[in-house]
Write a protein that binds this ligand. Structure first.
Ligand SMILES: [Fe+2]
Length: 396
């Protein structure tokens, strides 16, 4: 068997109702952190930075119960600014977080909030701009060592950010998205409670779920894929597909929400340990320069990327979709999977291209070059700049 490594958060609690474990998790985490660093520290009130989406905590039925459950400690609520994380907004949040001197960060939100928490866990310990830790820039440096512990409570089922070791941040000056990546950024504890996703709007269910689906597919066929990752992905793919098919019409179905949350979590484990592919490479490039939601970009590019990779992925894709009733009988699994993704986009009222974002066609060459990040390197075959530009022209 080929050698492999698996990196995951230290503890994961999954299931409807596991949010009730939050106070106990925070208490134990603070006690062990403080007990280790200062005599008698375990008995002091924990200082908890509660990071959330700027609107979620005010508008959600869960906000009151979360803040009350943490009231044994000193709690500061910090709302992330709207949109996906960018160097300036992350650095601002980091300064506010450092002023509070938290013992632990609890991040309640979607992928953007969870990725911001990862960055803050590093920046509170190692003050300065997030930009210096972003990979792929001249002079960038690795995260130096252990970071502030953080607890992930995802409220969407899509990005898998609760299980990953990278924080995707837009570098505004360069017009690209890059990752701060380190095993030190992994969450200490993850609480995946599908109840939290029950009231998600359809468009968010669709874009975040299709992001997870793309992550499952790309990690399954990536150059760095490993047997344990493929085993996990095979166990999650059919449920994720079924959830996406069903939630468009039955958004409050908790059994489907559980499958989507499971698929999302596994997609995070998979991407953290096996990398991704060209759909994510394009999504990073387009999303760095234009306000295209990440999950939408991934899903729109995926059918084109599947076709471009066709010669080297047919067997693996046939194996992956074989457990999914909707796709198991496919005569051409690669094309049928791509057509199925386009159908799912339509079911959530989402477009199957990015024309509405008015990206000029003459930008295709530049976007092709900017797609050469770590995701593109995981793609199962090398795509030339001409091939990439041709895919971009079909999508934008
Ligand atoms: Fe993604």
């Amino acid at each position: 068997m080929i050698p492999f490594s698996l990196e995951m958060p230290r503890a994961v609690h999954f299931g409807a109702g596991v949010l009730s474990k939050l106070p106990e998790v925070v208490h134990e985490l603070c006690a062990s952190e403080r007990g280790a660093s200062e005599p008698g520290g375990a008995d002091r009130r924990p200082r908890v930075l509660l990071l959330c989406g700027h609107r979620w905590l005010r508008g959600s039925p869960w906000s009151a119960s979360i803040t009350t459950s943490l009231s044994g400690g000193a709690v500061q609520v910090l709302g992330c600014p709207p949109g996906e994380p960018a160097v300036r907004s992350v650095d601002e949040c980091a300064r506010a977080a450092a002023d509070f001197r938290p013992d632990v960060i609890v991040a309640v939100g979607g992928g953007s909030v969870l990725d911001t928490a990862k960055a803050l866990s590093a920046l509170v310990r190692y003050p300065g701009s997030s930009e210096r830790f972003l990979e792929g820039f001249a002079g960038s440096m690795p995260v130096p060592g252990p970071c502030l512990p953080w607890v992930a409570v995802p409220t969407t089922s899509g990005t898998g950010a609760e299980a990953t070791k990278n924080s995707v941040i837009k570098a505004e000056a360069a017009g690209v998205k890059r990752s701060m990546r380190s095993r030190h950024l992994l969450a200490h504890t993850v609480l995946v409670d599908p109840e939290l996703t029950r009231s998600l709007p359809a468009a968010v269910t669709g874009t975040s779920g299709l992001d997870a689906l793309t992550q499952l597919v790309e990690s399954y066929v990536s150059k760095a894929s490993t047997p344990p990752v493929r085993s996990l992905v095979r166990g999650a793919f059919a449920g994720m597909w079924e959830a996406l098919e069903g939630l468009a019409a039955a958004p409050a179905d908790i059994a489907l929400r559980e499958k989507a949350s499971y698929g999302s979590f596994i997609s995070g484990v998979a991407l953290a340990n096996a990398g991704l592919g060209a759909a994510h490479g394009f999504a990073a490039s387009v999303g760095g320069a234009y306000d295209v939601p990440h999950g939408l970009a991934c899903a729109v590019f995926l059918p084109h990327v599947l076709q471009a990779n066709r010669d080297v992925i047919q067997e693996r894709i046939a194996e992956l979709v074989s457990a999914s009733p909707a796709l198991a009988a496919a005569k051409d699994p690669v094309s049928d999977l791509g057509a199925g993704v386009t159908r799912l986009l339509r079911a959530y009222g989402l477009p199957s291209d990015l024309r509405q974002f008015s990206i000029p066609a003459e930008k295709a060459g530049e976007l092709a070059e900017k797609s050469s990040g770590s995701s593109m390197r995981g793609n199962p075959r090398e795509l030339s700049l001409e091939e990439r530009a041709s895919i971009l022209l079909r999508v934008i």
